[in-house]
Design a protein around this ligand. Sequence first.
Ligand SMILES: *Cc1c(COP(=O)(O)O)cnc(C)c1O
Length: 414
Amino acid sequence: MVLTISDKLNAALENKSIVFYGASMFNSFHPPVRTLMGPGPSDVNPRILEALSRPTVGHLDPAFIDMMDEVKALLQYVFQTKNELTLPVSAPGSAGMETVFTNLLERGDKAIICQNGVFGGRMKENVERCGAEAVMVQDDWGTAVDLNKVEDALKANPDAKLLAFVHAETSTGVRSDAKALCALARQYDCLAVVDAVTSLAGIELKVDEWGIDAIYSGTQKCLSCVPGLSPVSFSERAAQVIRERKTPVQSWFLDLNLVMGYWGGSAKRAYHHTAPVNSLYALHESLVIVQEEGLEQSWQRHASNHRALVAGIESLGLSFVVDAACRLPQLNLVKFPDTIDDAVVRSALLSDYSLEIGSGLGAFAGKVWRIGLMGFASSQTNVYLCLSALGNVLRQQGLDVDPAAAVLAAKQTY
Ligand SMILES: *Cc1c(COP(=O)(O)O)cnc(C)c1O
């Protein structure tokens, strides 16, 4: 007999035997093998999964501590920074965001927040929960942060402590001009705070050269590592702000003054929380992979697979939402005709091709797909798979498209 999840939960609640009609109710979980081309998590390189399964050691084991030093050096490389305060927060990208705001802001501070999609809105939530004021600079979904509006806000708010923006807006597929925004922040004596969750390793990003003061990222996007860690980095200027706080950081767990007792450079490392040991092996492996390929080469690979996807998508008669000038290569917003049912197409891709693509958010819900080409998933093979699978499903839905021609159009760009 086949037991449903609710049969199992009811039996467990009633404290019944977990052996039911001779069969164990709970078996090992074996996930389906998918190709992940959505907004994250992205496909994890098998080398990283293998690293994850290596034996767990103590989080103060000398061998582990050597590896932590390498993780730091490798993070400095991918962020292109010499910042001493560079480490992975033991929680996903959202915790990196919270680490930055809770450490830099105190009650009564003012922050200028740029919003052109979902994640700027989350920054506002963070700022307000710190008891600080968020001055919002709003831009339409699907467009980049407007430098003129930001400069106006900086002029109107000379008391602002920081300027924060999302480098790669995953909800809209837009790249904002991080270099110019950081220069503006510097000009008006504000700390420059950057969300690089989707940008790190996918597009050009230079923490020191651009004058970024605080930055957070995530492991499950272009690093193609398992979800659950958030690399962060702080300039000396930002580190000083944190050291000189008048009030303690309201989050004990995210307080960098405490975390640095464990992650800091000193020889003596003290227990703060138990590091996610195996996840850090995975992060180490993912960073080694980026370094083997080379950061610039990784940016170029993302760009060239994006060009191929564009050619194929346009050959299918579909179009891109975002202007070519500010499109993200790693996250593609593709518009489809009204006659197409979003959910039917995505579920056919999942069931027939084991291929996951993302749906639209907010104003774009039901109108666009978000096709990710992130990290390990940014490959020629995946571009072809996506174009032929999507082309076939669209044909079944009655669109007059030629999947083979789309693959050929993509192939010709390489
Ligand atoms: C995914 C994402 C986050 C949040 O990361 P999680 O790992 O899901 O917590 C934050 N900002 C941007 C731009 C993202 O794409």
